[in-house]
Design a protein around this ligand. Structure first.
Ligand SMILES: [Zn+2]
Length: 257
């Protein structure tokens, strides 16, 4: 396989000089326990696959994109209790990474950045506001699991937000050898002791292992590789459209000022 010019890990200087990207894509994952049956790298595997596959589709459609290496750590401040080697990247460190990526790109005349987020506890919005103000670049965020909502709604039966039917299906499609399906716990949730926390609009982090004893949130038992493939292909196509649209934007097209 020759080097893919849209994947920075593989692209050489010649390729990038000959066809300069206008949009950089930064996939951002997390390294954390995912019930008993999925690897700690689940979010990294998923978001890297989606970024590179969407990059391929965007490249075929004439988009000038480059996919940066995936940031492997995410915000796991609430997931260090009772776990073994989950890694937490705090907000100050995440902002420092994002800021230096933005500094590096704008120095080399890439003034558009798409963050492809693969982990629910990563919150980028205030950081994006700060980075845009400082560097004047267009920074766009997409949370992976929000893509292709119709396909998601008609494909998956059980709700959840971590190592659930959705994530297990993706991994059965992407990395079946890493899924120990018969080891999966039920992904149950222990209810809050402070009942008012259930009211709409109220948020506090879940102390993870107290609330989700097997670390999963959602019943994975109905997961299949076919479900994972169905959603992933729709979501990846949507991500590719976003990349093409951003890479073609011109100064003056709002909000790219
Ligand atoms: Zn995950």
């Amino acid at each position: 396989m020759p080097p893919r010019p849209y994947v920075l890990n593989e692209a050489n200087y010649r390729q990038l000089l000959d066809d300069r990207p206008t949009l950089a894509v930064l996939p951002w994952g997390a390294t954390e326990a995912h019930n008993y049956h999925l690897p700690h790298g689940t979010d990294v595997i998923q978001i890297t696959h989606m970024a590179e596959e969407a990059g391929r589709l965007a490249h075929e459609q004439g988009g000038k994109v480059v996919i940066l290496p995936t940031v492997p750590f995410g915000n796991d401040a609430a997931q260090l209790d009772g776990q073994v080697a989950t890694i937490h990247l705090g907000t100050a460190a995440a902002l420092a990474i994002l800021r230096d990526v933005a500094l590096s790109l704008t120095k080399q005349e890439i003034d558009r950045l798409l963050i492809l987020n693969g982990h629910g506890a990563n919150s980028f919005r205030p950081m994006i506001r700060d980075v845009q103000l400082e560097f004047g670049m267009l920074v766009v965020l997409v949370d992976m699991w929000e893509l292709a909502p119709e396909v998601k709604g008609e494909t998956f039966e059980n709700d959840g937000d971590h190592a659930d039917e959705f994530e297990t299906s993706l991994m059965m499609h992407l990395a079946p050898d890493l899924v120990e399906f018969d080891q999966a716990g039920p992904g149950t949730r222990v209810p809050w002791g402070i009942e008012v926390l259930d009211r709409p609009g109220v948020f506090t982090p879940r102390p993870w292992v107290e609330i989700h004893p097997d670390t999963g949130s959602g019943d994975p038992s109905k997961a299949t590789a076919a479900k994972g493939q169905a959603w992933l292909s729709a979501a990846t196509a949507a991500a590719a459209e976003l990349m093409v649209g951003l890479s073609r934007a011109k100064k003056g097209d709002l909000p790219y000022m």
